[in-house]
Design a protein around this ligand. Structure first.
Ligand SMILES: [Zn+2]
Ligand SMILES: [Zn+2]
Length: 131
């Protein structure tokens, strides 16, 4: 079990949040995670959601991305960069394997090798906000 390997007790709340974040296309703010959990019939205290996301992030199972608005949380798994909508603040993962050429080019131009895990933040407008 991933939680136990990372030194966290495997509570139903932690598992539910990890499952929710794995299933989500987007990275979620604590408020969005809370809403999703409530919608699926698991009313949790919002403070618990904050604390759980903090605990999961502290051991590296999840990570946070700070764009406009509240931080968004995503699951740490396949290496990915992030897209950030300037309007609504939504954050999505973008697999690092789609960007190897961009990363090579950045290194060529600057000498800096971006990390494969979340180093690039690409700002713009999401599909919802550009219509
Ligand atoms: Zn992410
Ligand atoms: Zn947007």
């Amino acid at each position: 079990m991933r939680l136990q390997r990372n030194g966290l007790r495997c509570t139903p709340g932690r598992l539910r949040l990890l499952t929710l974040l794995s299933a989500s296309q987007r990275h979620l703010s604590p408020a969005e995670a809370f809403e999703e959990l409530a919608r699926s019939g698991h009313a949790v205290n919002p403070t618990t959601v904050y604390r759980t996301l903090d605990a999961l992030t502290a051991v590296g199972l999840t990570h946070s991305v700070h764009g406009p608005g509240p931080a968004r949380y995503g699951i740490t798994g396949e290496p990915h960069h992030h897209t950030v909508c300037r309007e609504c603040g939504s954050v999505a993962g973008l697999s690092s394997r789609h960007l190897t050429e961009a990363v090579d080019r950045i290194e060529e131009l600057t000498g800096l090798r971006p990390d494969s895990e979340g180093a690039l933040l690409i700002y713009g407008r999401c599909t919802r906000c550009s219509t």
